[in-house]
Design a protein around this ligand. Structure first.
Ligand code: NAD
Length: 385
């Protein structure tokens, strides 16, 4: 119970971004939040696109608010997937805490409005990747969903079978799937393509990823050179070795039926790994699924949110792949939020107000009229917002 004996009210709006199918909480998690002492309010039809209808939330103990005003009135915490828009921020009551992906660099107007309206915002993408925060790591849960969806999308657009087949009509060779970037999404794409029966190869600039790739039964591409330098540390590759590495990756792209690219460098434009010359070397009917489309693309020919066909190669720049598996990506996201919320109330369910926990410190984007995240503050100062 909060000091004035009222429960902390959590509000879950219906997501408004185009193509967003996810919802910030699911009925199973509502039950747990109720047990933890929260009151949960869901905007009418908030979960419908992820196949969680209102009646399931009601059965789990939530109340349904017909519209935004009734939802937000008296709510202390708002849970969202996508960052709030400027118009949505205007509707929040001063002092409201908003938790979700904030993508501050591309939402500076909304961040400035939250600062001016004294809204508190926690950005889930800023949660540090420390062991204690693993259950709150929404970047990982959504990358898992995205990697799975990418492999399925690749298979769906490929004119070939993925597994080997021995039939009366002849033997079919298995398809080859290449994954560039073996982080969370890449590893999930590898596991999914393997389960579909393809031959899977993968490459990552981090050599340490090799062990994880091999443990999934895929081949890790690396040059047969000894890059061990002084004292056992890896040395930087020479210019010549870097060219050889590029050639090795291009040759792998050229022999693949499906290429899934996931290479990202946090806060920077995605590196180009597949040039237009390499696309021209690919087999007709090959497919590229570029998970980095929204940050510039790993393939030079990718167009965000579009499918283009060049030299007989289908190049897909999908937007919001986790939304394609909205039922489970919402479930995982809701559990991440449930775990994060445990930092905001004490054992008696009273709200925590000092935000001194290192996870809260790192993820606090805006609070009490100030932008707390230094890089975002600098961006706002640069644009004089
Ligand atoms: P990401 O989405 O930032 O990048 C995806 C992958 O692309 C990374 O593996 C990266 O090395 C790779 N990449 C970047 N440039 C490349 C290039 N030019 N060529 C090929 N590959 C390139 O990564 P992520 O999925 O967020 O994971 C990043 C790291 O964080 C991984 O080591 C992962 O295991 C680790 N991680 C740790 C935790 C934790 O400890 N709690 C949680 C999640 C991820």
């Amino acid at each position: 119970m909060s000091p004035d004996n009222k429960l902390v009210v959590l509000a879950v709006p219906k997501e408004t971004a185009a193509g967003e199918q996810r919802v910030a909480t699911v009925p199973e998690v509502v039950q747990k939040l109720k047990k933890a002492g929260f009151e949960v309010r869901i905007e009418h039809d908030a979960g419908i696109k992820a196949y969680y209808p209102d009646d399931l939330y009601v059965a789990a103990g939530a109340t349904i608010a017909p519209g935004r005003a009734g939802l937000l009135d008296g709510a202390r915490i708002v849970l969202c997937v996508q960052p709030p828009t400027v118009a949505e921020v205007e509707a929040f009551v001063e002092g409201t805490i908003v938790i979700g992906f904030m993508n501050a660099a591309t939402n500076l107007d909304a961040v400035a409005r939250m600062r001016d309206r004294k809204i508190t915002a926690f950005a889930l993408e800023l949660v540090p990747r420390i062991t204690r925060a693993q259950s709150m790591d929404a970047l990982s849960s959504q990358a898992t969903a995205g990697g799975y969806a990418a492999a399925i999308l690749g298979a769906d657009n490929c004119p070939k079978f993925l597994p080997m087949l021995t039939t009366a009509a002849g033997t079919i060779r298995p398809a080859t799937v290449l994954i560039l970037g073996a982080g969370v999404a890449g590893l999930m794409a590898i596991a999914t393509a393997k389960r579909l029966g393809a031959i899977v190869e993968a490459y990552d600039v981090r050599r340490a990823a090799g062990e994880q790739v091999r443990s999934l039964g895929a081949k890790f591409l690396e040059l047969e050179i000894n890059a061990e330098g002084q004292g056992g540390y890896a040395r930087e590759l020479t210019a010549e070795e870097k060219v050889q590495e590029q050639q090795m990756v291009s040759a792998a792209v050229a022999r693949a039926d499906i290429v899934i690219t996931t290479a990202a460098i946090p806060g920077r434009k995605a590196p180009v790994l597949v040039t237009k010359e390499t696309v021209a070397m690919m087999k007709p009917g090959a497919v590229i699924i570029d998970l980095a489309a929204e940050t510039g693309g790993n393939c030079e020919l990718t167009q965000a949110a579009k499918t283009v066909i060049e030299h007989g190669v289908t190049i897909i720049g999908p937007q919001n792949l986790p939304a394609r598996v909205a039922y489970h990506s919402s479930q995982m996201y809701a559990k991440n939020l449930q775990s994060f919320l445990s930092l905001l109330v004490d054992k008696e369910g009273k709200p925590v107000t000092d935000f001194t926990d290192e996870i809260l410190v790192a993820s606090l984007l805006v609070h009490a009229g100030e932008v707390r995240h230094a890089p975002t503050r600098e961006m706002l100062a640069g644009g004089k917002k």
